[in-house]
Design a protein around this ligand. Sequence first.
Ligand code: ADP
Ligand code: TZD
Ligand code: MG
Length: 581
Amino acid sequence: MAESTTPLRDGETTETEDVTDGFNLVIDALKLNEINTIYNVPGIPVTDLGRMMQASGMRILSFRHEQNAGYAAAASGFLTKKPGICLTVSAPGFLNGLTALAHATTNCFPMILISGSSEREIVDLQQGDYEEMDQLAVAKPLCKAAYRVLNAEDVGIGIARAIRAAVSGRPGGVYLDLPGKLFTQVIDADEGAKSLVKVIDAAPSQIPSNESVDRALDVLRTAARPLIILGKGAAYAQADEDIRDLVEKSGIPYLPMSMAKGLLPDTHSQSASAARSLVLKKSDVVMVVGARINWLLSHGKGSTWGDHPKKFIQVDIEPKEMDSNVEIAAPVVGDIGSCVKSLLDGMGEDWPMPSSEWRDEVRSKVEINVARMASRLENNSDPMDFHGALGVLRTVIKERPDAILINEGANTLDFARTIIDMYKPRKRIDVGTWGVMGIGMGSAIAAAVETGQPVLAIEGDSAFGFSGMEIETICRYDLPICVVVFNNSGIYRGMDTNPTGGADVATTVFVKNSRYDKMIEAFGGVGMSVKSPEELSHAVNEAMDSGKPTLINAVIDSSAGTESGRIGNLNPKSAVVGRKK
Ligand code: ADP
Ligand code: TZD
Ligand code: MG
């Protein structure tokens, strides 16, 4: 209702007319559903929508590129369990946001991409409208659900459907198409108010059947060498205490996937992170909670898993996930909160611990590997290698466990994931299931905005480049984000040469001696360049204490990395030796 809930645009008054319009209905529908933060890039036909959202008290953050606004929305979905909203203009803005929508869907994060679009009559006859595109058709295969609202009285239903689709069942990305004409459609204010829908119980609990829980516990009871794997679905579920109880009560060693790190502190005595190879190979029963057995777990087969026969128990909200790669002996379908509760109930008070032989074997492997790593983390080489630099950042997080860690790159990602311990749930956001370069600044902004906590973004120099312009956004909103660019002058390494000896440098290298820190200074942020672990530690602590937008150019030995980081085995190489021109 124009008069009461949403201020009007400058110069407009409708005090005497009891009407509302598409603009106001979109805002009222979002607010009714407690959605108050929007990540956007303005332009036709949504410029005024953004202005009016801001005037209505919503927080609307403008980005420099829709992809980054989209990654912010995806990260916000993961952190809050509510759909993160990205708002864009038509065709090119929509397409820029679409990568992030697909990323959200792939990662099971709830997100809604709302895009303005051109007029249906012109688009459907392909008559060449401004930014013409059949956006709904393009979006459909890349997200969980896609809707278009043509009439103002359907705005409430459209937004309700989008919210429910994003968060219920397996969460994911939803597209909502709002043609320009919708915004100016005027309807009676009372009718408008009545048309709004407050979504009740958007993500209803899904209770697992008793049979499935009993079956899972029967399988678990037979285990000689059990293992629990926790995935980012377990982090998303916000069932932190019950998950910790399940792990501790069962006494089973557990392995967190990268974004599940911190569900229990990585220093927990049952953590098998540092004995990953051993537990995957030798375990005989594996209970997977909120993780897919996809490429990140070598599809549950092959040399990674060794030749010990295995039985899998899988806890997931998506029934179709079961048996996707290997046979699941005990599928437990339901939401993780309910499933873990039922498992705990079923375990009773005297659940037998796994044999001390198995626990000790895992524990001693962990201790050996942690000790082996420790000396490497203390090296003070100048320029730094990955271990020296990450050794100090590991301490930063240990001392500031509430800070949120954003992490992307190849070596920069793979080393940081194993080296930096996390202590609390949902404190690590990274490249996700696709290994996307570019999630960095959008995720950092969402983390700061949604949680109010300080953010440390550890970025490969290539990775940073995909969203680097958003440091202006970080400065504009004065967010407590410290970006550390691991500057090894390139992708994987900065040493490659052009095989022809020609003038162009190799395909994987960047300008040598770049000073990324200068970039943030252009926008009033703090820039620092460091070469040694000691300097890095000093700079990061200063940034985290000050809460000021900061970019630290961390010079890393350009020969320290390896091709594709830890996944070089997935990189196809030509069998033909030497290529003639
Ligand atoms: P990771 O990358 O950490 O291994 P994945 O993204 O592969 O994790 O898997 C996450 C899984 O969690 C998905 O299969 C998804 O269906 C599931 N999931 C997400 N939220 C919930 C929830 N609330 N309850 C149960 N399962 C969930
Ligand atoms: N484009 C996108 C969107 N995602 C990708 N994953 C890639 C390209 C390919 N790619 C990787 O998989 S890692 C990477 C690219 C370009 C950059 C690695 O370089 P970096 O990290 O500087 O970020 P390191 O520390 O030098 O290895
Ligand atoms: Mg690099």
